[in-house]
Design a protein around this ligand. Structure first.
Ligand code: ADP
Length: 221
């Protein structure tokens, strides 16, 4: 059984979620997106979900211990025995250290790490035109494909597509500040280890996907 773990790094809004979904299908391993897990807790109305929503809407990070417990629980589910694609995690040095330990304990391999690079001006532009479906979480861009979400409805169902609370302009700035302070140091953690690659996140989804596959392992593309 081939096992695989992949961490997608990059600032907020570089397209990690979209690419992680495609990689998860391509590799046959689940996507573990901590932002999505937190939003699901919010929708389920759990205590954790309520506390997290408040932190997320301020553009801050949810405490490491909560995140690490949540990821451990998710990794222990059957579908993750062959590994996972991590998206939005780890986001701090302690989270990266905790993940190293978890992967060892669970007999999963050292992760491939791919960082998606996009200039900040482009990130701000993309986030303010991003819309998400309140039910299925599908992501759309009003500038790239306005027809897909005519009348603010998700084409995969009838649910509404909205601007995420944390994609409001003031919150975007705060998230970028937090990214520089807390997440960039974590990138160094991986940069100094073996399998770290950077790819450009500019261009079409297909182009970025192809670059990631080649960066991970030319045999996969
Ligand atoms: P984006 O990549 O666009 O910032 P995410 O869905 O990954 O979107 O994250 C949204 C918010 O969820 C973050 O701003 C943060 O508040 C919280 N969050 C997600 N993942 C983590 C994490 N690993 N550690 C701490 N907070 C997190």
């Amino acid at each position: 059984m081939t096992k695989y773990t992949l961490i997608l790094l990059g600032a907020i809004g570089v397209g990690k979620g979209t690419q992680a979904q495609r990689l998860s299908r391509h590799l046959g391993i689940p996507q573990i997106a901590t932002g999505d897990l937190l939003r699901m807790e919010g929708q389920a109305g759990t205590d954790l979900g309520r506390r997290a929503a408040e932190i997320m809407n301020r553009g801050e990070l949810v405490p490491d211990d909560i995140i690490v417990d949540m990821v451990r629980g998710r990794l222990l589910r059957d579908d993750a025995v062959r590994g996972a694609v991590f998206d939005g995690f780890p986001r701090t040095v302690p989270q990266a250290e905790a993940l190293d330990g978890m992967l060892k304990d669970m007999d999963l391999p050292t992760p491939h790490v791919v960082s998606i690079e996009v200039p900040e001006s482009e990130i701000i532009e993309r986030l303010s035109s991003r819309r998400v479906c309140v039910t299925c979480g599908a992501v759309f861009n009003v500038k790239i494909n306005p027809a897909a979400i005519e009348n603010h409805k998700c084409p995969k169902g009838e649910a509404r597509v909205i601007l995420r609370d944390d994609d409001q302009p003031e919150t975007i700035q705060q998230r970028l500040t937090v990214y520089r302070a807390k997440t960039l140091p974590m990138v160094t953690h991986y940069r100094e280890k073996g399998s770290f690659r950077e790819v450009s996140g500019m261009g079409t989804e297909d182009q970025v996907f192809a670059r990631i596959l080649i960066a991970m392992d030319p045999d996969l593309s």
